[in-house]
Design a protein around this ligand. Sequence first.
Ligand code: ATP
Length: 238
Amino acid sequence: MPLLTLHDIGVTRRGNTILAGIDLALQAGEIVTVVGPNGSGKTTLLRVIIGALTPTRGEIEHHSALTLGYVPQRLHIDPTLPMTVARFMALPRRRPADALHRALEQAGAEGLADRQMATLSGGQFQRVLLARALLGRPDLLILDEANQGLDHRATAAFYRQIDRVRRELGCSVLMVSHELHVVMKASDRVICLNGHICCQGRPEAVASSPAYRDLLGVDERDAVAFYRHDHDLAEALP
Ligand SMILES: Nc1ncnc2c1ncn2[C@@H]1O[C@H](COP(=O)(O)OP(=O)(O)OP(=O)(O)O)[C@@H](O)[C@H]1O
């Protein structure tokens, strides 16, 4: 049985159809990436899945005990506010110190617990957000463009960390990205969204499909070149 299934999900707001006819099943342990242009409904789809938005039509089916972890697109913390990573991780609920350190380690952010949030690099900040999402030991980890503000190298390292997390925790991952080439190696399946599902499949197949190329204006040779380049990037914490 899939971990989570969407049946004919539709979202309409102020007379505009944002999502229509979304049928989607997420399998246990799978990494699925949703790609699509600006305004194609990617965030809306994630908001429906995490329960922040009630769809206009359709149903979501999952096990009653399904635990979700969510890494937001961006999070602003006032840089003048003194707040250590450990304190941030304890919001809104304090956790045992060993759980906190385990989550930081799983996210590749070990050693950052006593650092001030304002002093973290973009890559470190995203790993702390990931660690916070891992505290609840999620069955499904959801990331909304978690590479925003990261350069290509930091993004590639971050997605390799996601793959490690999936292997260590055995959780499923659903993430949104603008760019397939960046997340290609980390995904089992890619869903190309533009209000509806235009195409889906293995990353290589989607990258070379006319629907994907038309939608995102990508040259397949560019995508493959990026993909190969990723292999050479160092594993260093950005
Ligand atoms: N509450 C709302 N009321 C009306 N329109 C909305 C609402 N939320 C989103 N929209 C519209 O729905 C469309 C899809 O928005 P959404 O944020 O899901 O797209 P996206 O693919 O995540 O975009 P981006 O890549 O820019 O983050 C946009 O046109 C947006 O303006």
